[in-house]
Structure formats: structure tokens, C-alpha cells
Write a protein that binds this ligand. Sequence first.
Ligand SMILES: [Zn+2]
Length: 376
Amino acid sequence: MAFYSEDVIDEVKSANDIVDVISKYVNLKRHGTTFFGNCPFHKEKTASFAVTPEKQIFHCFGCGVGGNVISFIQKIENLSFRESVEFLAEKAKITLPADDKYTTEEGREELKIKEYHKSQMFAINKEAGKFFHQNIYNSKFAQDYLKQRKLNIATIRKFGIGFALDDNSLFKYLKSKGFKEDDMLATGLVGKSDRGNLYDKFKNRLMFPIFDIRGRVVAFGGRAIGSHEELKEKHIPKYVNSPENLIYTKGRHLYGLNIAKTSEKLKKILVVEGYMDVVTPHSYGVSNVVASLGTALTENQGKLLRQYTDEVILSYDSDQAGQNAIMRGIDILQSLGVTCKVLQMEDAKDPDEYVLKYGRRKIFKAYRQQYYSCWI
Ligand SMILES: [Zn+2]
């Protein structure tokens, strides 16, 4: 009997959006936040079979059957739980741990160790996030910079924005908390020199924790302090991000979604490019904004968006890269059946600058007037 960990099952579930999967069997139509269709498990003429993407569940008001994506596959394909997990994993091209491996005592032990390391990495990221955030209150340098960017303290707190000092204080702090070297290295927050000394990898940077929708810190983005020209001259990269690792895969998360998902205006989501394009509008009361981080929206991110909204407004930088990213984003969203619009910012290179220049009123007005439907 194969054994799959909660984590593996979670991964399979999140890679298989329920609307996506059920649509292959049932003709679904959207009404508000729910999809309806004729129940495949009992004979009916009216659509009483409901699928709720936000909760990733289905329920039939006619015959009472319900569950998640795995139980749907169990029923419709007449498979066992294990077979359904394998069926969905194959669909999403996820490699499951070898069947025989986890049937043995050693295999299970190995899996347990891996899960333990993951939990340590989450714990390290959480502690690091708190540490970076605390630095803001102790660094006049960081405070001045944030003031200059017109970020208020409420927004800084809400996003857990922090500051990485120009020393090895994070490593020392994490060590004092009893974390193991290997786990610290695995998060990418700490590096190791040729002589075997450990050091902070993020230095003198504004730190943006990236949360998953469950509110765990999966990674960090660090923005160098200083103007574009200064950084270029000193050959300092403007942004440095956590590497991919056991708990972080690029293109699987949307920056700010953990906060935006509680927004009342969530009928529409504005998708922007970078951290500041999310944070600045937030501090002006525009809360339904998330960032794709990286140039273009990925299919995984599109699916994530579809769980929360049926209308996405794309607003990327006005340069060529940004415009190309919009075209790719449109393709992905359309293929997922999400209505997609484009917000053009006049006289600003990105939403961050736009909000700083024109304030909150104007951005709402821009939403209403300037976007055009990409269906045209
Ligand atoms: Zn039914």
C-alpha cells in the first residue's frame, strides 16, 4: 500500500484546479463565484451541481454528493483514493515519490526527514521575516527610504516589509535560535564562503516576504537601496530573490494574494509586475492588487487567480518587456476562461509611479475609463 504524505496530496490538489478538472466531465457555467452544471452522478435537467473554486469543492443540491477534486475523480473514474492521487499527479506532470520507496520503513523515514526540513525552512523564513521587519524600527536609513517612497507604517506592517542590514546579523540571530546550518543554507538567506564561514546573503536591502495563500513565508525579494543609476554604476542588482528550493517554486505564487483575497473589491484583481506596484496602491486604499513577480504570468498563477475572480486587469510596465508580458498573460488567462482587461497608465512607467503621481482617486478613475477589453 503506497503512502503519500499530506504535502504530496496538497501539491497534487493545488496543481489540479477543481473547475479545470470537473470541466472535462461537466459543462459548467459561472454564476457569481460559483460554477453550475448538470450533476454527473444523478439524472437531472436543472443544473444543481455546484463547484466553488475559492474553496476547491463541489456539491450537488440534488443528490447531496460532494467533496474535493480527489473525491470527484474517485467517483467519476471509479478509482481508489491512491489511484485518484496518481491520476491527478500524472495530469499535472507531478512525479510522485516512487511507489515502493515509501512502503518500506526506510522510505517513510526519509519522507519524514524531508518534511522536517521543510518545516524548519518555513520556521526560518518566519523568524527572518520578523527579524528584518524589526530592523526597520532600528534603522533611520531604512525609515528615510520608506518615507521617500511614501509608504506608511500600516502598509509596512501589513506586508511585513523589512530591512536587511549590511552585516551578518541575520545568520547570528538564526543561529542563536538553534536552527541548523543546512536548513539555513537551504532557504538561501545564508551563504557559505570558501573558507566555510556562513554569512547573510541579503545585505542592505528592503525585504519583501512572499507568502503563500496559507500565510506561510515561502521566499523573500530584496530590493537594493538607491537609485537606478547608482546601482548600475556599482553593479548591484536591483532585485535579488530567494532561490527555488523545497518550499519555493517560481511562478506558483502571487505576491500580495494572501492580503488581496480578503479585499471586498475582489470581483476584479489587478495584476502588476513588482512588489512596489502592489504595496504603493495598497497604502492608497487600492487593495485588490497582486504581483506576478517575474516578467510574465504563468499558467499556475492564472489558475490561482481563477480561484478568486473571473476578471483580471493586467497592468505591467510600459516598456517593451512589460508589453510582451501583457500579451502572454492575455493568452494564458483567455485559455483559462478568465475575462482579461489591460490598464494603460498614462505618463507613468508602472502602477507604483502612477499612484504616487496621481493619488488614489485617479487610479480608480483609470480603472473605470482607461482599460479596454482584450476581447476586441
Ligand atoms: Zn447529483
